[in-house]
Design a protein around this ligand. Structure first.
Ligand code: MRU
Length: 347
């Protein structure tokens, strides 16, 4: 099953807040509902929220009361603003809404034809995501030696995308090729995407793995138990600085100190050439309850002051390579990322 899909004029998605204990589908039929599903993380992971936002734009067109093209365009622009505001760091969100709005603006057709065109384009975003992940998996698997111990952060699998995944897609590709690999799964505090989602995915796929506390990663690297560090990203700046789940920076610095290669696996839609470096990437700050609670259990004193940044930026000097659907980009990233983006746009 895909993580997010369109059915019966609704957007349906796996409610990732409840995994691994409960597997249920949530459904939304308004733009506000879709924005809430992204903000409250029913759906999360950069490519998955991009596809969800694309379906949100199709929903906006379907629900619009406009009787002419200009009225529909106005409703789509409002929907884009609502959806883009849901989460700030992953550029895939505004990339997807811009793709649908641009299509509408460039298509001279009546309102009904535009509605059809937008739904078809949202479906294309979702279908392409799966195909792109497969291609990244193929390119990334070339970098992983047989028998490797791979350290992974957050969740970048089928749940973080429409299907298959980015960095975990590379792991799945290795498994399909018969490579014997083992994955160290960072629990990924505070929301535990590693413990709850990546461990769940890898166990279902029968990939050998161990769940580790985030704080164990440095010890494993220093004692020679990690061959490769691999993760996804929410936004990559033009110079190759990578914004990803909080904790990624610390991992990358320790990996470099220990001579371990570090790869980010990203679709070209995650590369933001408009931003010169990572200092320009907006970092989402989330609520204190993510830190003071685990599930329903309180683990900190009442009213404790909390700071909870959801992402960090890893400067490009700590990144060995960035795997895209167009191949692996190496330093100087300013050139290689631009080439990858151009190749993707020329397809
Ligand atoms: O806060 P999340 O769970 O949406 O964060 C997800 C990540 O940081 C992933 O590593 C990133 O989106 C890449 S996933 C394909």
């Amino acid at each position: 099953m895909r993580t997010v899909f369109w059915e019966d004029n609704k957007v349906k998605m796996i409610d990732q807040r409840l995994l691994p204990g409960t597997f249920v589908l949530a459904e939304f039929d308004t733009v506000e509902g879709i924005a809430r599903s992204i903000r409250e993380m029913y759906v999360r992971g950069a490519p998955a929220i991009g596809a969800t936002a694309a379906f949100g734009m199709a929903l906006a067109a379907l629900r619009s009361q406009a009787t002419d093209r200009e009225g529909l365009l106005a409703d789509l622009r409002a929907a884009k603003a609502t959806l883009d505001a849901a989460r700030p760091t992953a550029v895939n969100l505004s990339w997807a809404t811009a793709r649908l709005l641009t299509l509408a603006e460039q298509t001279q057709a009546d309102v009904d034809a535009l509605r059809q065109a937008l739904l078809a384009e949202a479906q294309a975003v979702a279908d392409e995501d799966v195909e792109i992940n497969r291609r990244m998996g193929f390119h990334g698997a070339e970098l992983i030696p047989d028998g490797a111990n791979v350290l992974h952060h957050c969740n970048t699998g089928a749940l973080a995308a429409v299907d298959f995944g980015t960095a975990l897609g590379v792991i799945y590709a290795c498994q399909e090729q018969g490579k014997r690999i083992h994955v160290w799964v960072d629990e990924t505090r505070p929301r535990l995407q590693g413990a709850r989602l990546t461990a769940w995915e890898l166990m279902r796929a029968e990939v050998p793995m161990h769940l580790i506390a985030d704080n164990a990663a440095g010890h494993l690297m220093r004692t020679g138990q990690v061959d490769v560090v691999i993760f996804g990203a929410d936004r990559v700046a033009a110079n190759g600085d990578v914004a990803n789940k909080i904790g990624t920076y610390k991992l990358s610095v320790v990996a470099k100190e220990n001579g371990i290669p570090v790869y980010a696996v990203v679709p070209t839609s995650t590369i933001d050439l408009n931003l010169p470096d990572g200092d320009h990437i907006p970092i989402e700050e989330r609520g204190p309850e993510e830190v003071t609670h685990i599930g329903e259990t309180v683990i900190a004193p009442e009213n404790v002051p909390v700071y909870n940044p959801a992402f960090d930026v890893t400067p490009h000097r700590y990144i060995t390579g960035i795997v895209t659907e167009e191949g692996v980009c190496y330093p100087p990233f300013t050139q290689s990322l631009r080439k990858a983006k151009e190749a993707a746009e020329a397809r």
